[in-house]
Design a protein around this ligand. Structure first.
Ligand SMILES: Cc1cc2nc3c(=O)[nH]c(=O)nc-3n(C[C@H](O)[C@H](O)[C@H](O)COP(=O)(O)OP(=O)(O)OC[C@H]3O[C@@H](n4cnc5c(N)ncnc54)[C@H](O)[C@@H]3O)c2cc1C
Length: 604
C-alpha cells in the first residue's frame, strides 16, 4: 500500500515563496477575546486564529481575581448597580449604552463559561461563589458588594483553558507562533475594505497571507511600554500598532491603569481579590491610610484612587522599607486557610519573589502598569471605526486592544475578563454574520510587500543600536515621566526622550540573521510598536489638561467636564518618518455617549 504523505495543514498554497490561505473569518489573537469570538464563528464558517503565542500562554491566563456579573448569588445585586459602578469607576468617560450592554450580558457570559465546563468556586449550596472587588458596590455606592465570580486566584487560567478546549471542539484552525504584522486593505468603490492579514511564521521565517472576509483583532494590551508592569513580556501592542500604522485612529490612549498592588520593585501582580477577601493597605507606621482617602469603601476604592493614594503616602514620607518607597498589603488576619485556598497563587508569588510569607508578614507593594483603557475604537457591535462614526467594513476588534468604551478613564477590576467574553462573543457573531453574506475581496498585487521590506531592512541593517537598550530607555522614561502622576514638564521630557529613541531605532541591528525561531528579529519589530504607542500615549496625555481616572495631571488636578468630557481620537497624519510627534500625530475629540448617570464628583 502506498505510504500516506502527511501534508502540513498550515502550509496553505505557496506562490512565489509566500503561503496563501483563505478563511471566512480571520482572528488575530488567541487570548480570551479571540477564542471567545472563534467559538461563535467556527461552527458557522471557516475560522482561522493567528496567534504569536501558543493559545493557552496568552495573558488572559495570568488573570487572577475574577469576572464581574451581578448574579446575586450571595447577596442582593443587579446589573443597574453594576452599570452605575462601571460608569462612576470610569470617571464618567464611559459610553453608557456600552456599559449597559456589558453588565446586562454579563450574566449569560458567566453561564456560557459554566456550561462550557469552567470550574468556578462554589457556595456551600453549589452556586457560583462571588467575592468583593474594588469599586463594585451595593445600591450606588452604599457598601462593597460580592459580584466577582472566581476560580481561586486562577480565574483567567480557567477561562483560557475552557475556551481553548471549546475551540478545539469546534474545529478552529489555529496558526500558533504566527506573528501578524500587517492588515491588508483593498480599495473598493472608493472605500477601504479589509481583505486579509499578513503574518510571519516564527518557526520557519516564512510569510503567510490570510485572505478573510472579516478580520477580528484581539491582540491584547501594551504594558511593556512601562518598566514596572504586571504584563507579560509579549504584551507589546502589535495589533494596536498595526491599526495605527494603517492610518486608523486610536481612542483614549492617555488612559492607562496602574494597579495598586504590584510586588514592590518587581511589578508582579497581587490580585485585588486579596483586598476583596479583606486584606488591608498600611503605610510604614501601620496606619490603614485608605480610611482617609475613601472613607466609605476604603481599600476597595477603584484602582486609580488607591494607586494615587499609595504614591501620595510615599511622596509624603510615610512609605516603608529602607528607601521608604512602598507600602504594605496586610493579609495576616485572613488566616492560612483563606490564603491557601482562595489566594494560593499570590501567596506563593510573595514567598517566591520577595521571600515574604503573607500568612505571617505584610507584603511590600507598589503600583504597577496594568491595563490599557484606550485602544482601537469600536462601536457596540465590535466594528472598528475609521473616525467618530464610520465603520471599516469587515474589521472588528475586541478585548484589551479595543476601546468600546466600557471602561472610560479607569477600568474596574473584574470588568476586563467580562469585557473579553461579552465583546469577544459580539465580535465573533457579527464577523461571522458579515462573512456569510460578503464575498472575498481581491488582495492587492503584492500584499506582503511592506512586511517583507520591513523585515529585510531589519535583517540587513549594520546599525549600531541594540533593541534591549532602546526598550530599557523607553521603559525607564515612561515609568519616570508618564506614570501615576504626570505634569507638562514630565510629559514634555518623555516626548523628547521618545523622539531620540525613534531616531536611534532607525539605526537598530538584529544579530540573528537566520530564518528559524528568530525572536531577535521579532523583538525589534515589537519595539517599533512600543515606541509608536508610547509616543501616542504621551501626546494624548499632554493634550488633556485635566485629571480624570487613570490620567492624573498634577498641574491640572481637577476634572474639567466643561472642556474635557470627551474621548481623545489620535490619527497618524503627516510624515510618519519624522521623529517629532507633532509632525505626525493629529489629535481630535469624540463625544461621550452619556445616559442615565449625570457626571458627579466621585466620592467613595
Ligand atoms: C497579571 C494580570 C492579572 C489580571 N487579572 C484580572 C482579573 O482578575 N480580572 C479581570 O477582569 N482582568 C484581569 N486582568 C486583565 C485581563 O486579564 C486582560 O485585560 C485580558 O485577559 C486581555 O485579554 P485579551 O484576549 O484581550 O488579550 P490577551 O489574553 O493578552 O491575548 C492576546 C493574544 O493576542 C496574540 N497576539 C498579540 N500580538 C500578536 C501578533 N502580532 N500576531 C499574532 N497574535 C498576536 C497573543 O498571542 C495572544 O493570544 C489581569 C491582567 C494581568 C496582566
Amino acid at each position: 500500500m502506498a505510504k500516506k504523505i502527511k501534508t502540513n495543514p498550515n502550509a496553505g498554497e505557496i506562490r512565489d515563496g509566500i503561503h496563501y490561505h483563505q478563511h471566512d473569518v480571520v482572528i488575530v489573537g488567541a487570548g480570551g477575546a479571540g477564542m471567545r469570538a472563534a467559538i461563535e464563528s467556527a461552527p458557522q464558517a471557516s475560522t482561522a486564529v493567528i496567534t504569536k503565542l501558543y493559545p493557552t500562554r496568552s495573558h488572559t491566563g495570568a488573570a487572577q481575581g475574577g469576572m464581574a456579573a451581578a448574579l446575586a448569588n450571595v447577596e442582593e445585586d443587579n446589573n443597574e448597580w453594576h452599570t452605575y459602578d462601571t460608569v462612576k469607576g470610569g470617571d464618567y468617560l464611559v459610553d453608557q449604552d456600552a456599559a449597559e450592554i456589558l453588565t446586562r450580558e454579563a450574566i449569560d457570559a458567566v453561564l456560557d463559561l459554566e456550561n462550557m465546563g469552567l470550574p468556578f468556586n462554589r457556595t456551600p449550596e453549589g452556586k457560583i461563589d462571588q467575592r468583593r472587588f474594588g469599586g463594585h458596590t451595593r445600591d450606588h455606592g452604599k457598601a462593597p458588594v460580592r459580584r466577582a465570580c472566581y476560580a481561586a486566584d486562577r480565574t483567567g487560567h480557567m477561562i483560557l483553558q475552557t475556551l481553548y478546549q471549546n475551540c478545539v471542539k469546534h474545529g478552529v484552525n489555529f496558526f500558533n507562533e504566527f506573528y501578524a504584522l500587517d492588515l491588508v486593505m483593498t480599495e473598493v468603490d472608493g472605500v477601504q475594505r479589509v481583505s486579509g492579514v499578513v503574518a510571519y511564521d516564527l518557526s520557519t521565517g516564512d510569510i503567510h497571507v490570510f485572505q478573510g472576509k472579516s478580520v477580528i483583532f484581539a491582540t491584547g494590551g501594551f504594558g511593556k511600554i512601562f518598566k514596572t508592569t504586571s504584563n507579560a513580556h509579549t504584551l507589546t501592542g502589535d495589533g494596536v500598532g498595526i491599526i495605527w500604522r494603517k492610518g486608523l485612529p486610536l481612542e483614549d490612549m492617555e488612559f492607562y491603569q496602574f494597579h495598586p498592588t504590584g510586588l514592590a520593585g518587581l511589578g508582579i501582580l497581587l490580585t485585588e481579590g486579596a483586598r476583596g477577601e479583606g486584606a488591608i493597605l498600611r503605610n510604614a507606621s501601620g496606619e490603614r491610610f485608605m480610611e482617609r482617602y475613601a472613607p466609605t469603601i476604603k481599600d476597595l476604592a477603584p484602582r486609580d484612587i488607591v494607586a494615587r493614594s499609595m504614591v501620595q503616602e510615599v511622596l509624603d514620607g510615610r512609605g516603608a522599607g529602607p528607601n521608604k518607597d512602598y507600602v504594605f498589603l496586610d493579609c495576616t488576619h485572613l488566616g492560612e486557610d483563606v490564603l491557601e485556598n482562595k489566594l494560593p497563587d499570590i501567596t506563593e508569588f510573595a514567598r517566591t519573589y520577595l521571600g515574604v510569607d503573607p500568612v505571617t508578614e505584610p507584603v511590600p507593594v507598589y503600583p504597577t502598569a496594568h491595563y490599557a483603557m484606550g485602544g482601537i475604537p469600536t462601536n457596540n457591535d465590535a466594528e472598528v471605526l475609521a473616525d467618530n462614526d464610520t465603520v471599516v467594513p469587515g474589521l472588528y476588534a475586541a478585548g484589551e486592544c479595543a476601546c468600546v468604551s466600557v471602561h472610560g478613564a479607569n477600568r474596574l477590576g473584574t470588568n476586563s475578563l467580562l469585557d473579553i467574553n461579552v465583546f469577544g462573543k459580539r465580535a465573533g457573531n457579527n464577523a461571522v454574520t458579515y462573512a456569510k453574506t460578503a464575498e472575498f475581496i481581491d488582495l492587492p498585487a503584492n500584499p506582503a510587500q511592506g512586511v517583507i521590506g520591513m523585515l529585510d531592512e531589519l535583517r540587513a541593517s549594520d546599525g549600531t543600536e541594540n533593541v534591549a537598550a532602546i526598550r530599557k530607555d523607553l521603559q525607564d522614561t515612561m515609568d519616570m515621566n508618564a506614570q501615576v502622576f504626570r505634569t507638562e514638564e514630565t510629559l514634555t521630557k518623555a516626548t523628547e526622550v521618545i523622539a531620540g529613541l525613534r531616531e536611534r531605532y532607525k539605526n537598530v541591528a538584529v544579530h540573528d540573521r537566520g530564518k528559524r525561531f528568530n525572536t531577535d528579529l521579532l523583538e525589534a519589530v515589537e519595539l517599533g510598536f512600543l515606541l509608536d504607542l508610547a509616543e501616542v500615549l504621551v501626546a494624548c496625555a499632554l493634550n488633556r489638561k485635566e485629571s480624570r481616572g487613570g490620567h492624573m495631571r498634577d498641574d491640572y488636578p481637577d476634572r474639567d467636564d466643561a472642556t474635557y468630557l470627551k474621548h481623545t481620537m489620535a490619527y497618524l497624519a503627516g510624515d510618519p518618518h519624522s521623529s517629532v510627534a507633532t509632525d505626525h500625530i493629529r489629535l481630535d475629540w469624540k463625544p461621550v455617549r452619556l445616559g442615565t448617570y449625570e457626571p458627579k464628583a466621585r466620592k467613595y
